[in-house]
Design a binder for this molecule. Structure first.
Ligand code: RI2
Length: 311
């Protein structure tokens, strides 16, 4: 196996095992991995270059089936052009750099836009570990607002532990709760803020398992529910009628000794779907929008992806 392929497989494995995780980071790391692969590929045949890059893109795409940031990033990479290997390499590398740049700027911008919706003295509840939701929380804190955060553990992978360490580092008062305590604390909460793995054409949210239950609680308690999502988290495939595949992960993540039990199975879906009726606003880098506007975001921001596919 060639060195470029070994390196790419190593990144793919880190994404699969969640050593690299979080939808935005997955997209950026996949873009960088594909760029490094293309830059170090030893060939002067454009046909071979195209075939090898496509093969590498397929490997990355299969690592996490739900996160649309990954497929949108790869599709943006694969729009490279060039009539010989060197120009194709340069074009792909440029696409990768543009994606990474777009992602980092979007997260900062969403922080600014979303933080305006947080008031001084608010209590915010967040689930899992979303860099984009945390950008909003940190920006509000940095602008001098006195806020308090309630963070869920986010079983089975406990990404909530990452969240509380980050919040602690920023000096934000934080309380950790088990996932099932959300109904107990929701009446103290002013805003729920979560990230997104996918936003569908009808404005529904696919995010870490447990998000839909939190949204239901928030709806019942009349608590505002805000989603932080860059435009590359919106799914062009859903305009074409495709359903979002929900990743099922290993039983051992939930119950490590499962092999000792003969009559028990574990079901471990990584994500769930929150209906758009439970979402007050989606903060994107192009503005805070109602979920019902998702179709337009897909058409305007990712329209190239569906061009030619709508008959
Ligand atoms: P950012 C994560 O998925 C969580 O579901 C989180 O809400 C979402 O990605 C978005 O994260 P996982 O990789 O892109 O932990 O906002 O399964 O960082």
């Amino acid at each position: 196996m060639t060195r470029p392929m070994e390196d790419l497989l190593e990144t793919a494995e880190k994404i699969r095992s969640m050593e690299i995780r979080g939808a935005a980071l997955i997209g950026r790391e996949a873009a960088s991995a594909l760029k490094d692969f293309a830059l170090s590929l030893e060939t002067s045949s454009l046909q071979e270059f195209n075939a090898e890059v496509s093969r590498a893109a397929e490997i990355l795409l299969k690592t996490r089936p739900t996160a649309v940031s990954l497929s949108n990033a790869i599709r943006m990479m694969m729009r490279y052009s060039g009539d010989e290997v060197e120009s194709a390499r340069r074009s792909l590398a440029e696409n990768a750099d543009n994606f990474v740049d777009r992602s980092l700027k979007a997260i900062e911008r969403i922080g600014e836009i979303g933080s305006r919706r947080i008031r001084d003295g608010d209590t915010v509840l967040t689930h899992c570990n979303s860099s984009v939701a945390l950008s909003i929380i940190k920006t509000a804190h940095d602008s001098g607002k006195d806020i308090r955060v309630i963070a869920t553990e986010s079983r089975p992978r406990y990404q909530g532990h990452l969240t509380i360490k980050m919040l602690d580092g920023w000096g934000i008062e934080t309380e950790l709760v088990v996932d099932s305590a959300v109904r107990t604390v929701i009446n103290e909460v002013d805003q729920v803020i979560v990230g997104a793995d996918v936003i569908t054409a009808n404005g529904s949210l696919v995010n870490k398992i447990g998000t839909a239950q939190i949204a239901l609680c928030a709806h019942e308690a009349r608590t505002s529910f805000m989603v932080a999502a860059e435009t590359y988290k919106f799914s062009p495939d859903t305009i074409m009628g495709e359903l979002v595949p929900i990743e099922m992960r290993a039983a051992e993540e939930v119950y490590p000794e499962i092999s000792e039990l003969k009559n028990v199975r574990v079901r471990n879906p990584a994500f769930d779907v929150t209906p758009h009726q439970y979402i007050d606003v989606i903060c994107t880098e192009v503005g805070a929008i109602p979920p019902e506007m998702s179709y337009l975001i897909i058409k305007e921001m990712l329209g190239w992806e569906i061009e030619g596919r709508i008959q």
